[in-house]
Design a protein around this ligand. Structure first.
Ligand SMILES: [Zn+2]
Length: 137
């Protein structure tokens, strides 16, 4: 469960490009098999077997590094990945780190390795505190 991947860490859960490339090498070296979210869902629904040492690579919040750094690397390694975005950030309504654009997401979504997942509209801090109506939205 990754968040931002960037040249230099800014907060504890950031991962540097070097660290991320090391993770990808370790995955390869240790026979771990990145699978898609669809493969996992199929497995959970039907029991369809998974490859050895399956792992789902996920990237939350829609940072620009997902397009500039992660996307080229998952293509290089041929690893599926899930990118969970919240639309207020893509729309530019959240001030902060650089964000993916709709065009970049469209390009990524066209690649069969990529799954784009919902991470809500506004990224509420605590979903358990929302009303049913707010959850629906
Ligand atoms: Zn998040």
């Amino acid at each position: 469960m990754y968040h931002d991947i960037l040249p230099k860490k800014k907060v504890s859960f950031d991962v540097t490009v070097k660290q991320f490339e090391k993770h990808l090498e370790l995955i390869k070296k240790n026979g771990v098999t990145p699978i898609s979210l669809d493969q996992l869902i199929q497995h959970l629904r039907t029991g369809k077997p998974l490859p050895a040492k399956p792992i789902v690579l996920t990237f939350d919040d829609g940072y620009i590094g997902h397009y500039q750094i992660v996307y080229p690397l998952i293509k290089k390694y041929n690893y599926p990945a899930v990118f969970s975005v919240y639309t207020d950030k893509i729309e530019g309504k959240i001030v902060g780190r650089s964000t993916l654009t709709w065009e970049q997401l469209q390009e990524m979504a066209a690649n069969p390795l990529v799954t784009i997942a919902s991470h809500s509209v506004t990224h509420p801090k605590n979903l358990t505190k929302l009303s049913d109506r707010e959850l629906q939205q």
